[in-house]
Write a protein that binds this ligand. Structure first.
Ligand SMILES: *Cc1c(COP(=O)(O)O)cnc(C)c1O
Length: 352
């Protein structure tokens, strides 16, 4: 397939001051379309609006999925993608779950590299900043009726970002959610499908109203086994051992999660993927055996948890501070990403 490149004639102003997360977008985007049974019309073009009919299927039935991955530019001027090929493979898995036709990962990865190089001077270089890549796919058939669309759009936009949370690595407070559920086995929780996020908003808003940053999700049946936190995977350190919920069909298989499990193994820190009972965690917090809790995800990398509330009781973790294992994981991962530590597992793709 051919890749057309249409350069902008009106480059926009670069952001000045703090970047925040997902507020600014670079000059160009990648787009391709699926029609008559194949992907085509691949192009890099100026960042611009889509023109879609009100009948466009994604507005009605939510047949869409997305990814989030990052590129880093270091002091030497290298540009480095972190595990982006894993994200593209996961997007194909998500697509398949909602009947969107798969795409050629090598082709899209190559287009992403060209897109980043074209918008290279948008990549921030301050510590903690990066270029966030947002690939997404959606059904765009102009017809009502619940069925898989016959037409699709795949696009990738780029956003220079700072820290995900306004206060950086400050520990977050979680509300253990016992009423709403995020996902059930057999549903779409295992995939980055857009409806999952709409379904999660209400719980998040209610938790915020009573002073919590995010929700800790429990399993859909017993409301007892921990699944995830907001849109991150979660790790607990109990009695010197790191525990994280096993992927049993309703949890998003995070790439940061997988990287952290590997790094813990590399460092000889015991780690187990298992069922994590929230009552056991509360008890461990009570008797001092729960020493750390942290979330993992591309956007925040590592997010320490300073406290969680289960029913009427709030449990403080590690005095409300980031713990040593979370810190070690944050430092190791971010240094591999920018090239300050070796990359023994081949996670980084240098594009410059
Ligand atoms: C994206 C996401 C994660 C984290 O996945 P990463 O690949 O580490 O970014 C975890 N949970 C949910 C629900 C997510 O959407």
């Amino acid at each position: 397939m051919e890749l057309k490149i249409i350069k902008t004639t009106e480059p926009r102003k670069r952001p000045t001051g703090p970047l925040g997360f997902g507020k600014y977008f670079t000059d160009h985007m990648f787009v391709m379309e699926y029609e008559n049974g194949e992907w085509g019309n691949a192009r890099i073009q100026p960042y611009q609006n889509f023109s879609l009919q009100p009948a466009c299927s994604v507005f009605h039935y939510g047949q869409a999925c997305f990814e989030g991955t990052k590129a880093y530019k270091n002091k030497q001027g290298e540009i480095r993608l972190f595990r982006t090929v894993d994200n593209l493979n996961r997007m194909n898995d998500s697509a398949d779950r909602i009947c969107i036709p798969k795409f050629d990962v090598d082709f899209v990865l190559d287009a992403i590299k060209k897109l980043i190089l074209l918008d290279e001077d948008w990549i921030p270089t301050e510590p903690g900043t990066s270029l966030y890549l947002r690939p997404a796919m959606m059904g765009c058939e102009d017809a009502l009726g619940v069925h898989a669309a016959k037409k699709y759009i795949l696009f990738v936009i780029l956003s220079p970002v700072g820290a995900y949370y306004a206060n950086g690595l400050a520990p977050v407070k979680l509300y253990v959610e016992e009423k709403y559920v995020r996902a059930a086995r057999g549903g779409t929780g295992h995939h980055k499908v857009v409806g999952n996020y709409a379904a999660s908003l209400k719980a998040g808003e209610e938790a915020k109203k009573i002073g919590y940053d995010q929700v800790m999700w429990l399993d859909a049946i017993k409301h007892r086994y921990v699944e995830e936190v907001g849109a991150m995977n979660i790790f607990f350190v109990v009695d010197g051992k790191v525990l994280t919920p096993a992927l049993l069909g309703s949890i998003l298989p995070g790439i940061t999660r997988r990287s952290v499990i590997q790094l813990l193994k590399d460092k000889g820190i015991p780690v187990e993927e298992t069922e994590v009972d929230i009552e056991m965690i509360a008890q461990a917090a009570e008797n001092g055996k729960l020493t750390e809790v942290f979330g993992t995800g591309t956007a925040a990398v590592i997010s320490p948890v300073g406290a969680f509330r289960l029913r009427d009781k709030e449990y403080v973790v590690n005095g409300g501070e980031m713990g040593p294992i979370a810190k070690l994981m944050y430092d190791t991962l971010t240094k591999i990403q920018v090239g300050e530590l070796p990359d023994p597992h081949g996670w980084v793709t240098r594009i410059k």
